[in-house]
Design a protein around this ligand. Structure first.
Ligand SMILES: Nc1ncnc2c1ncn2[C@@H]1O[C@H](COP(=O)(O)OP(=O)(O)OP(=O)(O)O)[C@@H](O)[C@H]1O
Length: 246
């Protein structure tokens, strides 16, 4: 498959995805979705529970190759794809720093990560073990591990789910800052429209399972200008157009 070129860093076309049930009952997860993400821009997939969002990410990550369609991935070589999952997935017997460094390629193991740890408020936590971290701090460590490899594609699957709203809000701000300083092509799955509106250049709305594209909303307002008033106006515009998403 050729790498994405021209205007897009990522092109996704999934024309059909069916899970074959062992009991003979098939689940059609995706009917037809196609979207593109421009280089160094942030896109969000949003849609009802069980509509096929995680399945889409797994296909992009190469964890599931049984689908009809095609992918065009960023063309940087070597291609580095970072994933942040709902669970931080840190090795409990390694320190925060070691967990992050383990993700680095062999020729980058001595990379200076001080700025990244500082940007994520983790400077004091580098020597701690995951069991000593709150869920919010563990999520920050997962973000550090993702950005440390300087990915050409960053995939995030509900990275702030099951955090209290205050912690989630702080982490969203941190992600906005860290990503803005280190822009990379990003695709995030969320159920949270506010989160999507704060972070995204493009929001891709999916239908109920089997997923189709319900609509794509582009946002051109710079993140620094997305104040509370702008956010509320945008949320109500989007919610009117895509009823049921809030
Ligand atoms: N390995 C599998 N075998 C069978 N069915 C599966 C498998 N993985 C996912 N599914 C089904 O495919 C559909 C899409 O699942 P997926 O996890 O992609 O949805 P989602 O949109 O990410 O859901 P949520 O928002 O609840 O996280 C669901 O009905 C799910 O039960």
């Amino acid at each position: 498959m050729p790498p994405a070129g021209g205007q897009n860093a990522l092109e996704v076309e999934i024309r059909d995805k069916v899970f074959r049930g062992a009991d003979g009952v098939d689940v059609r997860a995706i009917a037809d979705i196609a979207f593109a993400v421009e280089p160094a821009s942030f896109a969000t997939l949003i849609g009802p529970s069980g509509c096929g969002k995680t399945t889409t990410l797994r296909i992009i990550l190469g964890l599931d190759s049984e689908f009809s369609g095609q992918l065009r991935l960023p063309e940087n070589e070597p291609r580095r794809i970072a994933a942040v999952f709902q669970e931080p997935r840190l090795l409990p017997w390694r320190t925060v720093e070691d967990n992050v460094r383990l993700a680095l390629a062999d020729d980058a193991t001595d990379r200076d990560l001080s700025d990244l740890f500082a940007a994520l408020g983790l400077s004091e936590m580098r020597g701690r073990f995951p069991g000593e971290l709150s869920l919010g701090l563990a999520r920050r460590a997962a973000l550090a591990r993702a950005f440390a490899i300087r990915p050409s594609l960053l995939v995030l699957d509900e990275p702030f789910v099951s955090l209290d709203e205050q912690t989630a809000g702080r982490l969203r701000n941190l992600l906005t800052e860290v990503w803005s300083a280190r822009p990379t092509t990003a695709l995030m799955v969320t159920h949270n429209l506010r989160e999507a509106v704060q972070l995204s250049d493009k929001i891709i709305f999916l239908t109920e399972r089997p997923a189709r594209i319900r609509g794509i909303h582009e946002i051109s307002t710079p993140r620094a200008e997305r104040d509370t008033r702008w956010r509320e106006t945008t949320l109500s515009t989007v919610a009117k157009r895509y009823s049921g998403v809030l």
